[in-house]
Every structure is written in structure tokens, then in C-alpha cells.
Design a protein around this ligand. Structure first.
Ligand code: SHN
Ligand code: NAI
Length: 205
């Protein structure tokens, strides 16, 4: 399995099922602002709340293969294993499909992710142990403290400035490597000074 980073903003995501797991998958991707439709005979409080908050569509009945035609991502999250399997086998091979009770029937699974600004660390056990994945996520959550959020913004700003400087390729690489020194992450003043220095140099090389 190959990890890919996917842009779901404005994309159609159709979820069969309206229970705990349907809600969890939706809440994981909600930051990306996808256009989600839930299809299920019954919806949990969590799904109703998420939908009200984000304007998601709810269709109250059993899911049907035709429901997924326009979806970029399909999440099969009913508690009926045979319904999930039948829906999975009805889908074309070029659609992204997550089957929450039998990952081998689909072609994508969700990793656990820790987000700090522009940085995202994702963990997967390729379905072998979601518990291990969750444990490692908690460890990473502690390892990457809040300083990483402004630091990744600082790195992005510096990179934009450095790319435009009238210096050689090797000098740019040297500048970019220097930003990885830990003092830039832990010391806000060092970040401010560095940014000012780069801006001055850009204005007057
Ligand atoms: C294959 C995958 C498909 C997919 O859903 O994408 C899948 C499948 C299954 N999970 C099951 C169980 C549990 N999963 C969790 C938790 C998470 N599961 C997630 C992902 C994945 N789960 C994908 C691969 C992940 C990987 O590669 O490691 C996480 C990482 C991401 C997320 O959901 O966002 C999220 C933690 C995120 C976080 O903490 O942030 C918990 C814990 C809990 O719920 O508290 C339990 C109960 C305890 C247990 O059983 O271990 C079962 C058995 C169901 C049954 O009882 O029948 C199956 C079905 C099967 O085994 O195939
Ligand atoms: N991937 C994961 O991380 C995990 C997956 N699971 C699996 O996820 C499945 C769902 O679990 P929960 O959300 O907790 O169940 P739940 O009981 O909370 O919700 C099930 C939902 O499926 C709907 N449903 C049933 N038949 C349907 C159909 N034919 N079409 C559309 N919707 C239908 C119900 O109306 C309900 O909304 C479980 O069967 C379990 O095997 C469980 C834990 C973790």
C-alpha cells in the first residue's frame, strides 16, 4: 500500500452508514471541507450534528450502488458486512473506496494522523493493528509539541523568500538546511531575526 496525500476540498464523498464509524471518518476529513452525503436508514446524534454544522446531505434509506456514481471517495461503513461487501463489488475500479470492516475489499484505508501546522505525520499498520496505530499516534502527539505549528509556517515563509534570492542553487540549499537547526523551532526571536534578514537581503542583495 502506498501513502498519498489527497486534496478532498469540495470533492464529493459518499458514506454508506450513519453510525459511530461513519461519524468518525467524516470528522477526520471535515477539515478538508469535502461535500459529504450520508446514506443510511438511521443516523446517530454525532452524524446529525456534523451534518447540521457543515451542511452535509442525509439520505434516509439503505444505500444503493447508484448512490456512489459521482463520488471521488466512497466510505462503506454500515454494520451489515454483506451490504458493505455487495456495495464494494458493484463499484468501478477507478473510484477510491474504504471498506471499514474488510479493508481488502476496498483500495484505501485511513491512517492515524497528527497535525501541526503544515506538518502531518501519518501512521498505518496496513490494517494489521489499528490499536498499534492509535498507540503510536499518541506517542507522536507528545513528541511533536505546539512549537511545530509556528515553526512549519516559518519554514514555508523562509522557503518562499530563499527561492527568490539572487544566489546560487548550492547557497539556497545551504540556507534551507540551516533552518532545520533546532534553535529556530524553539526560539521565536531567532525566527523573527532570520525572516527580517532574508527580507532585507531580498530588498538589497
Ligand atoms: C483497515 C482500517 C480501515 C479504515 O477504517 O480506514 C481499519 C479497520 C478496522 N478497525 C477496527 C477496529 C478499530 N479501529 C480503531 C481505530 C482506528 N482505526 C483506524 C483505521 C483503520 N481501521 C484502517 C487501518 C488502520 C491501520 O492501518 O492501522 C484509525 C487509525 C483511523 C480512523 O479511523 O480515522 C483509527 C485510530 C485513529 C485515532 O485514534 O486517531 C479502534 C479503536 C477505537 O475505535 O477506539 C478499533 C477498535 C479496537 C480494535 O479492534 O483494535 C476493525 C475491527 C472492527 C470490528 O470489530 O469488526 C477494523 C476492520 C478490520 O479489522 O479489517
Ligand atoms: N474501521 C474502523 O476503524 C472500525 C470499523 N468497525 C466496523 O464498522 C462497522 C460500523 O460500526 P458502527 O458505526 O459502530 O455501527 P453502528 O451500529 O453505530 O452504525 C451502523 C450504521 O449502518 C447503517 N446501515 C445498516 N445497513 C445499511 C445499509 N444497507 N445501507 C446503509 N446504511 C446501513 C445503520 O442505519 C447505521 O446508521 C462495524 O460493523 C464494525 O465492523 C468498528 C470499529 C472500528
Amino acid at each position: 500500500m502506498q501513502p498519498l496525500i489527497i486534496d478532498l476540498s469540495g470533492k464529493k464523498v459518499v458514506i454508506a452508514g450513519g453510525g459511530r464509524i461513519a461519524a468518525r471518518k467524516a470528522s477526520v476529513i471535515q477539515h478538508e471541507k469535502p461535500d459529504i452525503t450520508f446514506i443510511a436508514p438511521e443516523f446517530s446524534e454525532e452524524v446529525l450534528e456534523l451534518s447540521l454544522e457543515n451542511g452535509y446531505t442525509l439520505i434516509q434509506r439503505k444505500a444503493d450502488p447508484a448512490d456512489f456514481e459521482q463520488a471521488m471517495l466512497v466510505i462503506l461503513a454500515t454494520n451489515d458486512r454483506s451490504a458493505n461487501a455487495a456495495l464494494a463489488s458493484s463499484l468501478p475500479p477507478n473510484q477510491l473506496v474504504c471498506v471499514v470492516d474488510e479493508s481488502g475489499l476496498g483500495n484505501v484505508t485511513f491512517p492515524a494522523t497528527v497535525r501541526r501546522g503544515h506538518l502531518q505525520v501519518a501512521v498505518t499498520s496496513n490494517g494489521s493493528s489499528p490499536k498499534l496505530t492509535r498507540k503510536l499516534k499518541r506517542e507522536l502527539d507528545e513528541q511533536f509539541d505546539a512549537s511545530w505549528e509556528p515553526y512549519t509556517a516559518f519554514l514555508a515563509s523562509c522557503r518562499t523568500l530563499i527561492k527568490d534570492l539572487p544566489i546560487s542553487f548550492d547557497e539556497k540549499q545551504e540556507q534551507l538546511w540551516e533552518l532545520l537547526e533546532d534553535r529556530y523551532r524553539t526560539d521565536t526571536q531567532a525566527q523573527i531575526t532570520k525572516l527580517k534578514q532574508l527580507e532585507l537581503y531580498r530588498a538589497d542583495p
